[in-house]
Write a protein that binds this ligand. Structure first.
Ligand SMILES: Cc1cc2nc3c(=O)[nH]c(=O)nc-3n(C[C@H](O)[C@H](O)[C@H](O)COP(=O)(O)OP(=O)(O)OC[C@H]3O[C@@H](n4cnc5c(N)ncnc54)[C@H](O)[C@@H]3O)c2cc1C
Length: 474
């Protein structure tokens, strides 16, 4: 019976363990799985807290059903009745520009305009900026297939104003990094394919929309017993429902918490895993599901080159700050699901989600919960410089200045994610291919998690399942 040690109890490690246990049955195998987590809590970045009357998300607040792997995992764990669609009757994205909130014009898909009139009527982009975006249809496609920064790609196709007012704040919100050095191939490969295939992003997006299957996420009503699917989905009791269900499925006997791994090294045909406590465990396969820089520390003793390649991945730090106001005190309209702030506006916050408007079950009806993002692409230093009180004060000042909310918060909670998000910078895919090639000389060692092939929960689940399947087939 092969023994498999998984290091790290974030969604990647958990999904790998679930897949190994479930997959073993279909492969007619038995496996011995042990998951080691350094903290006294499972879930990694997935962190939901029920504090008094409020349900607060410290890390991710949703998953994208478009990435089917997280939905399939949730279904496998019996979580369908727990799935929560967003309140799409209120949906909409606003961009703070020139001291005003502008609605993202209808038809803008990520950063690509697909409808003429909403764009023409919008005051977000100037007329020269709109014409420049339209030029995308006539611009020749790039001949070179080499990676380039997202900033260079968007400026080349849609112009500088689209980059600064739409693309930068949208992607800074997702990737908490800066488009000036973000790899377009690693983060938006679909756009590169559109340019190559259709010669234009606008034409490519229109074609993709035409060919989209009719059963879209917001399409037909859900069948009885099935949750309605919206673009973003969560769980009634928050994202931690998913990690907790993984724990229940894997079984507590297969998980050790407060077990920090110090080193991994080859031993015989497998590996020896040494904990900080000095204890050593042996396994046929080791799946390292921690951040790449933590994994690098574990392997540097036996393969310095591998460790150096992992350490090339850069990281950004960010913070989420949830504040709750009494509804009567918020004397301004809160439109859409929230707003994003372009870097050129020079503010101290990146974005805000109106959590209790976007999701049900987050805060009592007579209150409003707003979750504000700090750091990442803009003013990363604030994550370390401000203490919790300073962070909340700054967020309230910004909400006053941007929205006009003058009220005091009834509740606040700050979460910090130091080196919490990998930056997929230009050349990321080449670095990952090199890493994959180096790993071929260490059979039985597997790297999974957000550092490598996708930061979203769906991608982490998918990569974990691929690695687990490889083990089951070996
Ligand atoms: C603020 C924020 C908001 C986000 N929002 C979304 C969102 O809405 N939707 C979405 O899809 N994605 C979102 N993401 C991204 C997504 O949450 C993460 O990419 C994903 O959860 C990472 O999972 P992981 O398993 O790779 O890593 P992690 O969750 O970081 O788990 C790694 C685990 O390894 C453990 N570990 C580390 N070192 C050791 C060691 N030496 N020994 C043992 N264990 C160790 C850690 O303690 C941790 O539990 C967000 C991320 C952040 C930070």
């Amino acid at each position: 019976m092969p023994k498999i040690i998984i290091i790290g109890g974030g969604i990647a490690g958990l999904a790998a363990a679930v897949h190994l246990k479930a997959g073993a049955k279909s492969h007619n195998k038995t496996v011995d799985v042990l998951l080691l987590e350094k903290n006294g809590r499972i879930g990694g970045k997935i962190l939901t807290e029920k504090i008094g009357k409020y349900l607060v998300e410290g890390g991710p607040d949703s998953f994208l059903p478009e990435k089917v792997w997280s939905v399939n995992l949730a279904k496998h764990l019996g979580l369908e009745p727990e799935m929560l669609p967003s309140n799409d009757q209120f949906k909409g994205t606003f961009i703070f520009s020139g001291n005003k909130l502008h609605s993202l014009p209808e038809g803008v898909m990520l950063m690509v305009p697909t409808s003429f009139w909403p764009m023409a009527k919008s005051h977000l982009i100037t007329w020269p900026g709109k014409l420049r975006m339209g030029m995308d249809v006539f611009m020749p496609k790039r001949r070179s297939l080499e990676d380039e920064s997202l900033a260079s790609f968007v400026t080349r196709r849609l112009g500088r104003e689209c980059l600064e007012k739409i693309a930068e704040p949208l992607v800074a919100g997702i990737h908490t990094s800066n488009p000036d050095n973000m790899s377009v191939l690693a983060t938006f490969p679909r756009f590169v394919q559109m340019e190559q295939k259709s010669g234009s992003l606008i034409m490519g997006m229109l074609a993709a929309m035409k060919n989209r299957p009719h059963a879209t996420l917001s399409g037909p009503p859900a069948k009885p017993g099935q949750p309605k699917m919206t673009y973003f989905m969560s769980f009634k009791n928050g994202m931690q429902t998913l990690s907790q269900a993984c724990v229940d499925h894997i079984g507590k006997e297969s998980i050790r918490m407060n077990a920090s791994v110090k080193a991994v090294e080859p031993r015989g045909k497998g590996y020896a895993v040494t904990l900080e406590s000095g204890e050593t465990l042996e396994a046929d396969h080791v799946m390292i599901a921690s951040a790449a820089y933590e994994a690098a520390n574990m392997v540097k003793g036996f393969d310095e080159t591998l460790a150096a390649q992992m350490n090339k991945i850069e990281w950004s730090s960010s913070s989420t700050v949830s504040v709750v106001f009494r509804k009567n005190d918020v004397r301004v309209p809160l439109r859409g699901f929230g707003f994003i702030v372009p870097r050129v506006e020079g503010r101290r916050v990146n974005a805000a989600t109106y959590s209790s408007i976007k999701w049900s079950y987050r805060a009592p009806d007579d209150t409003v919960m707003i979750r504000v993002f700090v750091g990442g692409g803009h003013h990363e230093e604030l994550v370390t410089e401000l203490d919790d009180a300073g962070m909340v004060k700054m967020v309230l000042e910004e909400l006053d200045s941007i929205l006009g909310i003058k009220a005091n918060a009834q509740f606040s909670k700050v979460y910090r994610w130091y080196k919490g998000m990998p930056k997929y910078t230009v050349g990321h895919l080449d670095r990952i291919s090199l890493l994959d090639r180096t790993l071929t000389s260490h059979p039985g060692l597997h790297l999974i998690g957000c550092s490598y092939k996708g930061i979203g929960i769906g991608d982490c689940v998918h990569e974990a399942q691929i690695a687990a399947e490889k083990i089951l087939k070996s």
